[in-house]
Design a protein around this ligand. Structure first.
Ligand code: PLP
Length: 426
């Protein structure tokens, strides 16, 4: 297959589409995150491979920002969605598949009792925060540096001189005051804050920090957080939009053995279909059921979303890919470290093998502040070399693995990375 450099000289079909896209789509994209990637337009994806409109092929470690946990175009999910949607896509009323999808999800997760489906992780996070406020009668919440919970006004922040501030023009800046932002993996920071404030409704966190870095909770940290929430009457919310169904079938709650009160899910739960969910104990979730707490949405629990969710969950139950993905991820991590050392590059590779992180600089990275010490600009440059060598990986350093990455794909990835590293050091 032809391979033309994708990051320079764009007189190709992607380049032409980019010119057209920039006229009709702001920045040529439909999600600001995509402004960070080179403007390559894709023709199709199969398994762990992507092919762009110029015929270049890539081994994909972005996986649509995580959702393609079973690889691109998994046949059983496609068939389930196709078959179900031929009977109508949306009823604005109930249908059997939403019950089936919820039952399967509860069976896998084990701890929650009820589910509310939504369309995006951002929305389900908002539902969780509203419910936590309703349950506690308090207003504010604690969240953590570097944890992403969607693009809405009350959760979108950037760190400036150690302070969390609104990250976008047009954001209602005082909505950021709804939260107190603390360093993660530091239980004393939470305990001190709780001693000083009595208006906190909830603590929300990525239980394993994956949106920025791949950082596991320190031993005892999640347990300490559970205890702190219990003793202060707070709702503990795990944002499992990335970790759910990825770091274990039961997500981070299962992997680390700590049960939240509410948890949000998205990405890996539906084989690439846009769907999200809020899960929790019935005692809390019933407030949606009585109508006391509003959570609505035209597209919630569409036929396609529920068919995709049910088919994905059945796949994960019948053919659990977790051990295979973990061992292939470990092998890729070790291979990257070895290649970096061969080429004299200071590449730090760490985290959970199903979604690990790579960056230039000294590790280990234990929180957002230490992540900031890595050389992001140099890694960003390196991802362009990776793309030129047929490895599609995110410039922010995360490498998502899927069930479709075979041993031979890992071998081929390492050969391609070798070429990219040679180019990077030459
Ligand atoms: C941990 C986490 N929570 C919430 C979201 C928001 O989900 P969505 O992009 O589906 O709105 C994301 C998205 O990347 C995420 O990583």
């Amino acid at each position: 297959m032809n391979r033309r450099p994708m990051t320079s000289g764009r007189a190709d079909r992607s380049g032409q589409l980019d010119t057209r896209a920039k006229r009709v789509l702001p920045g040529g994209v439909n999600s600001n995150v995509r402004l960070l990637a080179p403007p390559v337009f894709f023709d199709h994806g199969r398994g762990c491979r992507l092919v762009d409109v110029d015929g270049n092929e890539y081994i994909d470690y972005l996986l649509g920002q995580g959702p393609n946990f079973l690889g691109h175009a998994p046949a059983d999910i496609l068939n389930a969605v196709d078959e179900a949607s031929r009977r109508g896509m949306l009823y604005g009323a109930q249908h059997p598949l939403e019950v089936e999808a919820a039952e399967l999800m509860l069976d896998i997760l084990e701890w929650p009792e009820q589910i509310r489906f939504g369309v995006s992780g951002s929305e389900s996070v908002q539902a969780a925060l509203r419910l936590a406020r309703a349950v506690t009668g308090r207003t504010r919440f604690i969240r953590f540096e570097g944890h992403y919970h969607g693009w809405f006004d009350n959760v979108l922040v950037k760190m400036e001189d150690g302070q969390a501030v609104a990250a976008s023009e047009g954001q209602v800046a005082h909505h950021v005051d709804d939260s107190i932002t603390l360093p993660w993996n530091d239980i004393s920071a939470v305990l001190e804050t709780l001693a000083a404030h009595d208006d906190i409704a909830a603590v929300i966190m990525e239980p394993v920090m994956l949106n920025a870095g791949s950082i596991e909770p320190a031993p005892g940290y999640l347990e300490g957080m559970r205890e702190a929430c219990d003793s202060h009457g707070l709702v503990l919310i795990f944002d499992e939009v990335i970790s759910g169904f990825r770091v274990a079938a039961g997500g981070a709650a299962q992997r680390y053995g700590v049960i939240p009160d509410l948890a949000t899910y998205g990405k890996a739960m539906a084989g690439g279909w846009p769907v999200s969910a809020l899960a929790g104990r019935a005692e809390m979730m019933e407030r949606f059921g009585t109508g006391a707490v509003n959570h609505s949405g035209t597209f919630n629990a569409s036929v396609m979303a529920c068919a995709a969710t049910a088919a994905t969950l059945r796949h994960l139950i019948n053919d659990p890919p977790y051990e295979t993905i973990a061992s292939r991820g470990e092998r890729l991590m070790a291979g990257l470290r070895q290649l970096a050392s061969d080429h004299g590059l200071d590449l730090n590779v760490q985290g959970v093998p199903m979604a690990f992180h790579a960056g230039f600089g000294d590790g280990p990275v234990t929180d957002y502040r230490s992540l900031g010490r890595l050389d992001a600009a140099r890694y960003n440059q390196f991802t362009l070399a990776l793309i030129d060598h047929g490895v599609w990986a995110a410039s922010r350093g995360i490498w998502y693995l899927s069930a479709a990455h075979e041993e031979s794909d890992i071998d081929e990835t390492l050969e391609r990375v070798d070429g990219a590293m040679k180019a990077a050091v030459s």
